[in-house]
Design a protein around this ligand. Structure first.
Ligand SMILES: Nc1ncnc2c1ncn2[C@@H]1O[C@H](COP(=O)(O)OP(=O)(O)OP(=O)(O)O)[C@@H](O)[C@H]1O
Ligand SMILES: [Mg+2]
Length: 225
């Protein structure tokens, strides 16, 4: 039986940390021993260039990380999917900030979609449209999670948000961290960046790594329930 799970990270709002979440979730899943294929569905190819390597077998590329492979949507669609993807536990799709027919088709073939959002007014306003569209495609909304959370601005807002969204809002909250850009500048997932720089696991720096680990655990628990 094929137990490969396909999950998407999607919001049609741009810049809400879809790609950042795909990269760091892939790293967190791989740490838990899962075999991951990341599929970049965005023509910006941020994810594909982040993981880029020359080593590939039949359109599936290696990365520098054990347990993580990657490809693009275009290459994925020309794979012999049944034989090529069976070896993965999870396929994580990095979707573009758009709601095109292609995006709808991608969403339709997923098992669940997770929606990152910031707590800005425009982001919150746009959420119903996003969740309705996931629903229209007959795909499960895995949950909504807050990214780039800053206590000084967002503390009250997140409580209101939780009252409205109830269990659709995931418990894990991804904090704002200047490390995200620094790590992306040198092409490393956040934890790999901390390890390379010997950043001690005290203080607040590792908070974001723990948050992505907790998000990965929430997703695993739900998807494998
Ligand atoms: N937790 C965070 N703290 C600080 N900056 C962050 C955080 N997450 C993401 N960023 C930064 O926010 C910007 C947008 O992130 P990202 O590219 O992951 O969003 P996206 O939703 O994939 O964007 P797009 O819609 O263009 O695909 C990037 O510059 C990234 O480095
Ligand atoms: Mg992106």
């Amino acid at each position: 039986m094929n137990t490969t799970r396909k999950i998407g990270i999607y919001n049609n709002k741009g810049g809400v940390a879809k790609t950042t979440s795909v990269i760091n979730l892939a790293y967190a899943f791989a740490k838990k021993g899962k075999r991951i294929l990341v599929v970049d569905c965005d023509y910006q190819e941020n994810c594909f260039s982040f993981f880029f390597s020359n080593q590939s077998t039949k359109g599936i590329f290696d990365t520098d990380y054990d347990g993580i492979s990657h490809t693009t949507w275009e290459k994925y669609t020309s794979l012999d999917v049944d034989t090529s993807i069976n070896e993965f536990d999870y396929i994580i799709f990095d979707l573009p900030p758009a709601l095109s027919e292609e995006v709808k088709q991608i969403i339709k073939h997923l098992d669940a979609v997770y929606v990152p959002t910031m707590l800005g007014e425009f982001e919150i306003q746009g959420l119903t449209k996003v969740t309705d569209e996931i629903n229209n495609q007959g795909t499960k909304l895995g949950g909504i999670f807050v990214t780039m959370y800053q206590a000084k601005n967002d503390k009250e807002l997140i409580e209101e948000f939780r009252n409205v969204l109830k269990e659709r809002l995931m418990n894990s909250v991804i904090p704002y961290s200047t490390t995200v850009r620094e790590s992306q500048k040198v092409g490393l997932p956040i934890e790999a960046y901390f390890i390379e720089r010997n950043v001690p696991k005290i203080g607040t720096s590792w908070k974001i790594v723990n948050a992505y680990e907790s998000l990965a655990a929430e997703i695993l628990k739900e998807v494998e329930a």
